[in-house]
Design a protein around this ligand. Structure first.
Ligand code: NDP
Length: 277
């Protein structure tokens, strides 16, 4: 079975560099999808309160028989739960839904800068971390201005910043900012949602040369940049394909060719203006 390499986070906790995302997997399908991923060898699962499928993820974990300390489970604080007390309550509800007594990584899902609550939410995450209820705390969709506020007024540096990142949105500055501050960058929608990117000649030519699939080439690009990746698929053959990315290497020229696809192309909202609760 594939062993996924781990990255050491800034507090020494080890996180698998490749995990399984479950955004938009309907709850009734989630248990089977996660079970397929765990059987294939994934050990890191990325869910969120907003996905509505934490309980189904928990069911798959419980039935897997895999030891808790081999798993790395991430969930996220939803926007409407931001604030100190509400964050603590939301965390309890997530743990209960997942059927766990401790989480590996808890993230603030979006900064919602206009609402001004991400810092009080972060203080709650710091408390959960101090209390030993979560092994690492981090953020998602944070820009440097949001992170600087945590550095200035908080006591814990986020371990992870989970951001939209793929060859259409290479995020050079934000990745460099994260790295400079010891924050691991985790790529969401690493395949740009499996659309045009996988038909780009720059991707398909490398795939043909290496006898790999376009998705594998894109995932390899992420891994070689040092990103954590969490591709999602409900198709068992793709679940296996996306994990089978540790037996080949892209050349520096291949990596550069994929990076040259950058066009600032977001598939999701802009974190500076997104304000949905
Ligand atoms: P991905 O970039 O992972 O793409 C998923 C899509 O690509 C699905 O339609 C899937 O189809 C298809 N696909 C997967 N593997 C392959 C393959 N090998 N070949 C061809 N097509 C493939 O997009 P997501 O948006 O799901 O992002 C991944 C994860 O990131 C999410 O599940 C979630 O955990 C996280 N995320 C976090 C966000 C945040 O704000 N923090 C926002 C969005 C996502 P199919 O399933 O039909 O096989």
């Amino acid at each position: 079975m594939t062993t996924v390499p781990v990255l050491k986070l800034n507090n020494g906790v080890e996180m698998p560099q490749l995990g399984f995302g479950v955004f938009q997997v309907p709850p009734p399908e989630t248990k089977a999808a996660v079970a397929t991923a765990l059987k294939a060898g994934y050990r890191s699962i990325d869910t969120a309160t907003a996905y509505g499928n934490e309980a189904a993820v928990g069911d798959a974990l419980a039935e897997s028989g895999i030891a808790r300390d081999e798993l790395f489970i991430t969930t996220k604080l939803w926007n409407s739960d931001q604030g100190y007390d509400t964050t603590l309550r939301a965390f309890d509800a997530s743990l209960a839904a997942l059927g766990l007594d401790r989480l590996d990584l808890y993230l603030i899902h979006w900064p919602l800068p206009r609402r001004g609550k991400y810092f009080s939410s972060w203080k709650a995450l710091e408390k959960l971390y101090a209390d030993g209820l979560v092994r690492a705390i981090g953020v998602s969709n944070f820009q440097p201005s949001h992170l600087r506020r945590l550095f200035d007024e908080g006591t814990v540096i986020p371990a992870v910043n989970q951001i939209e990142l793929h060859p259409y949105l290479v995020q050079r500055e934000l990745r460099a900012f994260d790295a400079e501050h010891g924050i691991a960058t985790e790529a969401w929608s690493p395949l740009a949602k499996g659309g045009d990117l996988l038909r780009e000649p720059a991707v398909t030519q490398v795939a043909e040369r290496l006898g790999r699939t376009p998705a594998q080439v894109v995932l390899r690009w992420h891994l070689q940049l040092g990103n954590v990746v969490i591709p999602k698929s409900v198709t068992p053959a793709r679940v296996a394909e996306n994990l089978d990315v540790f037996g080949f290497t892209l050349t520096d020229a291949d990596v550069a060719a994929l990076s040259a696809l950058d066009r600032g192309g977001r598939t999701g909202p802009d974190p500076d203006t997104f304000d949905l609760v």
